[in-house]
Design a protein around this ligand. Sequence first.
Ligand SMILES: NC(=O)c1ccc[n+]([C@@H]2O[C@H](COP(=O)([O-])OP(=O)(O)OC[C@H]3O[C@@H](n4cnc5c(N)ncnc54)[C@H](OP(=O)(O)O)[C@@H]3O)[C@@H](O)[C@H]2O)c1
Length: 276
Amino acid sequence: MPSFAGSLPPLTPRTMGTGGITDPSNPEHVAIARLAMDAGVWLHVADYGGGVYAVLKRAFADDPAHVPPCIVKIDGTSARGLRDSVEDCLRRTGLERIAVGQVCGYPLCAEPEALAEALGDLRARGVIGSYIMDVIPSYAAAVLHAAAARRFDGYIFYLNVMERALSDAAYARLVADGTPILAMRTFGGRDGANYLNNADHPRRAALEPLYQRAGCADRLEFCVRFPLSLPTVRTTIGSTGSPAHLRALLTANTAPLDADVAAGIEALHRQWNADR
Ligand SMILES: NC(=O)c1ccc[n+]([C@@H]2O[C@H](COP(=O)([O-])OP(=O)(O)OC[C@H]3O[C@@H](n4cnc5c(N)ncnc54)[C@H](OP(=O)(O)O)[C@@H]3O)[C@@H](O)[C@H]2O)c1
């Protein structure tokens, strides 16, 4: 498989995830997409709930001059699946081009040569600009392998105050190589591990001394600034179904935290991963 490393364009420090705008019959969801377009941030796109593509199609049609670059989840388990998922996304969103393709299930692909050919062809035709690898914890060995071969332009996984969903060894390799990381779930996710909304979570309690030392205006700022403090993180990806929450995300300070605070959070990540 050829190397796709080295071509990730500059991203916006904050990316709006689309997990909160899943209902095309809700005008507020289209309005939230338009707010993000007006702000000029990148979007992270998958067809969550079967409705995101339709929400985006409306928002893009309303203001075609401000269609943002999109990071899109695409099928990496087979060449056919890849082509079908790309075609489906373009047709149902109205996007002409995918800025960054998030290759999902790559370690499960039984035909890596055919997949590589399809990835190369889509890039040569200008349909997709860059490729990043979708990473879950069980892919740590595959990340080490892909990083050594400089397979991808970057790697995307859950990385926020509440977790780092990648092994210490694989993460250290990416950082040592200066490889771009896209950090998902700014607020720790939509479930019980949400840092903002679950005041009783034990990880939030463990983070409390670091939050108090960080000198942030509020907890949202702490969530935004932490991933952007890490050396190779290029963006933090957060979502909301609320215009007010999106405005808060878009206006939060993005300056790196003090190094000792960021290091303290990273020490907790190592401890939590060791206890997994
Ligand atoms: N494998 C993958 O590719 C993958 C997996 C997971 C996520 N993602 C991407 O990452 C994005 C973000 O992940 P996520 O949605 O799971 O988690 P997240 O962004 O960490 O958390 C979203 C949750 O935080 C809440 N929230 C946001 N701003 C808030 C505020 N100011 N005050 C209180 N609550 C607030 C949201 O509620 P409200 O809606 O009420 O604001 C929502 O429940 C997704 O949309 C998706 O694009 C990708």
